[in-house]
Design a protein around this ligand. Structure first.
Ligand code: ADP
Ligand code: TYD
Length: 207
């Protein structure tokens, strides 16, 4: 069976993941590669329905434990319907967020739930990206970028700046824990400079 390349983009809200995902996929397609561009929470119809439960409404709507279950349910659907079929067809699958977001957002910000996240992940997901690009930047700047969008999907942004600082620290710790697959990318630079670095990192891993 052919096997493609699985790439995730991670980082705090407003760090430029969707911007870089679009640029990366366009550059890979221009180079003649087959690419699946997707995102979490969501990426498949059922998972997108779960997304709306998660990103809209009152910040206190769900406990972190309930969030872990909802994000994982959405991820399982996404994995079955989009990620695995894409990789099996030999494509490059680029996802805006994956399990590292649950490790950090649910596992490390409102109590230590990392063990629960890792147990559930091992049982029902069980795969990691080949490469994770972590867009790292000052949360004050990223929050200003994110809220400027006014998308109505601001439930997590509304946890506030100290939450975003914990997230940044969580993503940096993750990069140190998984040095083989994670690359920390300085996201406080012009878009095209970041895009060139992301493309170079992916290109190194292509067959
Ligand atoms: P994320 O998907 O991580 O939330 P986005 O890609 O949606 O982030 O970017 C958030 C906002 O910041 C958007 O308005 C986008 O145009 C802007 N932006 C993205 N990358 C940069 C950059 N390198 N410099 C300045 N602004 C940026
Ligand atoms: P996303 O659409 O990537 O938001 P943004 O563009 O603002 O970065 O994700 C929606 C929110 O869901 C975001 O605040 C991060 C959060 N999230 C988790 O808390 N856990 C998860 O496992 C995932 C995938 C996302």
């Amino acid at each position: 069976m052919t096997r493609g390349l699985f790439v995730s983009l991670e980082g705090i809200d407003g760090s430029g993941k969707s911007t870089q995902s679009a640029r990366l996929c366009a550059a890979l397609e221009a180079a003649g590669r087959d690419v699946v561009r997707t995102r979490e929470p969501g990426g498949a119809p059922g998972a997108e329905a779960i997304r709306r439960l998660l990103v809209e409404g009152d910040p206190d709507r769900w406990s972190p434990e309930t969030e872990i279950l909802l994000f994982t349910a959405a991820r399982r659907d996404h994995l079955e319907r989009v990620i695995r079929p894409g990789l099996s067809a030999g494509k490059i699958v680029v996802t805006d967020r994956f399990a590292d977001s649950t490790r950090v957002y649910q596992g490390a910000t409102r109590g230590d739930l990392r063990g629960l996240v890792d147990d559930i992940h091992a049982r029902v997901i069980g795969v990691e990206p080949d490469l994770t690009l972590i867009l790292d930047m000052n949360p004050d700047l990223a929050l200003a970028r994110g809220l400027a969008r006014g998308s109505g999907e601001d439930r997590f942004e509304e946890f506030g700046i100290s939450f975003q600082r914990k997230l940044r620290a969580g993503f940096r710790a993750l990069a140190a824990d998984f040095p083989d697959r994670c690359v920390l990318v300085d996201a406080d630079r012009p878009e095209e400079v970041i895009a060139a670095e992301c493309l170079a990192r992916v290109s190194e891993r292509l067959p």
